[in-house]
Design a protein around this ligand. Structure first.
Ligand SMILES: [Zn+2]
Length: 359
């Protein structure tokens, strides 16, 4: 999770679309790639499931179809990318890759059931290693997926009337368009504010709509039995994604430390193997910064990934707990977009010519 992680804040979607069209029309990204592609990339996925075709699907950016995953893996191999495990990616970053082909590492956040049931057969078909970042509270059915609560509540309610983030919202939600507008109106101020208020508001809306919060988690996420089975798969690596999926940077030191250290310990105990990789929930600069990068290192992780977009460069060897990822976004399920992203050219523009975003 979450939406809006895949592009830097403050860049409007139409500007981004214009950029994609410009690269697509000129092929400039292919010329730039030798300077901008670096060693490769870590891709981020969430859900993989057949297209729902629902008119109100505000979290649609977080899912792709199995057909697109299959096409994407075929394309990566066709273009000469080596699909590697995160262990191998870290080894290459640390030791240098010499003349090796650029790599791609695949990561799936949150521990969804469809990772094991829909994505896995496709990954197997391609012999593609992958990492699943597990939030222990989702496996335990004790943590909350507030972005799903918000979606399900607004889908069920004819109107949204609630005091949130110090404002009174009174929004119609009768049509899919109204529901989308209501979701957008609530989502951004709540996500920008305190996590406690975010959870209070989404919980209240879910209660009003008769949506059972924990049932949502149970429906969407693997339990420990499923995760243990997945962890035994030769292509799978299990990583940690905290206890409760908080935006860590908004919380005190002790809380952030506990979420990072304890999730590693619990997953190791449950699956009986070392957990070497970590993903920061939400993962943007407002959720994971310098303090979190240090904590992940202190916890003993070999790597930790953000959702800041960017390619991997040799200089990341000094920043292995602040690695960027490319979101494979459900709103951009096209191979042309994938090609442009993997050239690295857009990030050099967005990062104003800097290769790394690690502060
Ligand atoms: Zn997540």
């Amino acid at each position: 999770m979450v939406r809006g992680e895949d592009f830097p804040m403050g860049i409007k979607r139409d500007v981004i679309d214009l950029g994609f069209r410009m690269f697509g029309a000129t092929g400039l990204h292919r010329l730039a790639a030798r300077y901008t592609q670096g060693m490769g990339a870590i891709l981020m996925f969430h859900r993989v499931r057949p297209a729902s075709h629902e008119a109100f699907a505000p979290n649609g950016g977080l899912e792709i179809t199995p057909e697109f995953l299959d096409l994407l893996l075929t394309r990566l191999k066709g273009q000469g990318f080596a699909i590697v495990s995160l262990d191998e990616a870290v080894t290459r970053i640390r030791d240098g890759a010499g003349d090796a082909a650029p790599f791609v590492a695949l990561t799936f956040d949150d521990g969804y059931r469809d990772t094991a049931h829909v994505a896995l057969p496709i990954l197997e078909k391609h012999g593609a290693p992958f990492t699943v970042f597990v939030t222990t509270g989702f496996a335990d059915r004790t943590a909350r997926m507030w972005w799903v609560e918000m979606e399900e509540a607004i889908a069920a309610l004819p109107a949204v009337r609630i005091e949130a983030a110090g404002r009174l919202f009174d929004l119609p939600a009768g049509t899919p368009e109204e529901k989308q507008a209501a979701f957008e109106a609530l989502y951004w101020p709540l996500r920008a504010g305190e996590e406690r208020e975010l959870l209070r508001v989404t919980g209240a809306l879910a209660d009003e709509a008769g949506v059972e919060r924990i049932d949502l988690v149970d429906e969407l996420c693997l339990n420990w039995c499923g995760l243990r089975k997945l962890s035994e798969h030769p292509l799978a690596t299990i990583g940690a994604h905290t206890l409760t999926h908080p935006m860590l940077a908004k919380h005190p030191d002790g809380f952030a430390r506990h979420e990072i250290f304890e999730s590693k310990a619990i997953i190791e105990r449950e699956i009986g193997r070392e957990v070497k990789h970590f993903a920061y929930p939400v993962g943007d600069p407002g959720s994971a910064g310098a303090r979190e990068f240090v904590l992940a290192r202190q916890a003993g992780f070999a790597s930790a990934v953000t959702t800041r977009p960017g390619m991997i460069f040799p200089e990341h060897a000094s920043h292995l707990t602040a690695l960027p990822r490319l979101s494979v976004n459900g709103h951009h399920q096209s191979l042309a977009t994938l090609d442009i992203l993997l050239s690295g050219a857009p990030f050099m523009l967005w990062n104003k010519g800097r290769k790394l975003s690690v502060a």
